[in-house]
Design a protein around this ligand. Structure first.
Ligand code: XMP
Length: 325
């Protein structure tokens, strides 16, 4: 039977055997897979692990700071923080098509990753939080015929990005490759990862950029970040965060008329999306109590400048998707 302690010991031994005293690069996203991996590798190889966090500017309020605080200050796993916000925003100027947004973000991610790994490198290995389901569909990676090691030809980020440039074809370290998601959670927990990461709601790689319908601007990002914060704050303080698979806000580019005090407003609507699900493949819209919806709606309209209407999405998946883009 699978015990986490035995798994941790064995993985540490395997990683040490594989990489010896060479250097390993890990792209940290803040999600449970890459975070668990960082904890495991840091225990195995210490300072020979370099964690890089690329801040695209699409994270939720306070998240980049929290990530650095947790890893760097609390757990003493150094994080190379890369502020690439302006670059990503520039890429998205005038872009409204959802697939084009994803493509441009993924492409820019590789670009930044390449520059930064050269600056911080050289590295011999790339650590990836590949899970068993990813291995099964592993057209992603080549096996080096000489050593039998897997070599990265794509980077497994939450972006489905295209091929890696030749100079970035690191050998792979993938200690989670035999695990399913629930096993990664157990492992993360037993290796000391805080619950806030272990049980965090899924968050798409392109982040808030695909929860702003239409063009992404810094003004819209600020609006959505504030609305999203209120959603999480209201459910966290009621202790119901974990009742949902995901709970978030979407910003629409249209505007509608409202009234505030004695003034007419003409501003954006925010959509609330609350989902229950087992695996994200199918999902049901959550029957959130009216008083909670009311509290969220009141706060968003009163506190977030630029929003004057809040609507609730009652579409399940299928036929809807969880995200709006
Ligand atoms: P959909 O919208 O397809 O989402 O019903 C299913 C699950 O996948 C997440 N999702 C993404 N995750 N990169 C990611 O890492 C993405 O581009 C992406 N798009 C959707 C979504 O949040 C939900 O949990």
């Amino acid at each position: 039977t699978w015990t986490t302690d035995a798994f941790i010991e064995e993985s540490i031994r395997e990683v040490r055997n594989q990489v010896g005293d060479r250097r390993v690069l890990l792209a940290l996203s803040g999600g449970v897979d890459s975070s668990t991996l960082a904890f495991l590798l840091h225990r195995a190889i210490g300072d020979n692990l370099t964690c890089m966090f690329i801040d695209q500017g699409f994270m939720r309020k306070g998240e980049p700071e929290r990530l650095v605080e947790l890893f760097d200050h609390q757990f003493h796993i150094p994080v190379q923080y890369v502020n690439a916000r302006d670059r990503f925003l520039k890429q998205l100027e005038g872009v409204t098509d959802p697939e084009e947004k994803r493509r441009l973000i993924g492409h820019e991610f590789i670009q930044v990753f390449e520059e930064e790994s050269q600056r911080l490198g050289p590295f011999d290995y790339l650590a990836q939080g590949t899970l068993y389901p990813d291995v099964i569909e592993s057209a992603d990676s080549n096996v080096d015929p000489k050593t039998g090691e897997r070599v990265a030809v794509k980077i497994k980020s939450h972006h489905n990005v295209g091929g890696l440039p030749k100079n970035l074809r690191f050998k792979l370290v993938e200690p989670l490759r035999k695990l399913f998601k629930d096993e990664v959670r157990k492992l993360g927990r037993s290796i000391g990862l805080p619950e806030e990461i272990v049980r965090r709601h899924p968050f798409p790689g392109p982040g808030l950029a695909i929860r702003i319908i239409g063009e992404v601007t810094s003004e819209r990002l600020n609006i959505l970040r504030d609305a999203d914060f209120i959603v999480r704050d209201e459910i966290s303080k009621r202790g119901i965060y974990h009742d949902y698979w995901q709970a978030f806000a979407v910003l629409l580019p249209i505007r509608s008329v409202g009234v505030m005090g004695d003034k007419r407003t003409y501003a954006h609507p925010v959509v609330l999306r609350f989902i229950t699900s087992e695996d994200g493949m199918t999902a049901d819209w959550a029957r959130v109590p009216y008083d909670i919806l009311e509290a969220i709606s009141n706060r968003i309209v009163n506190e977030v400048k630029g929003v004057n209407r809040v609507v609730y999405d009652i579409t399940s998946k299928p036929p809807g998707t969880i995200e709006w883009e």
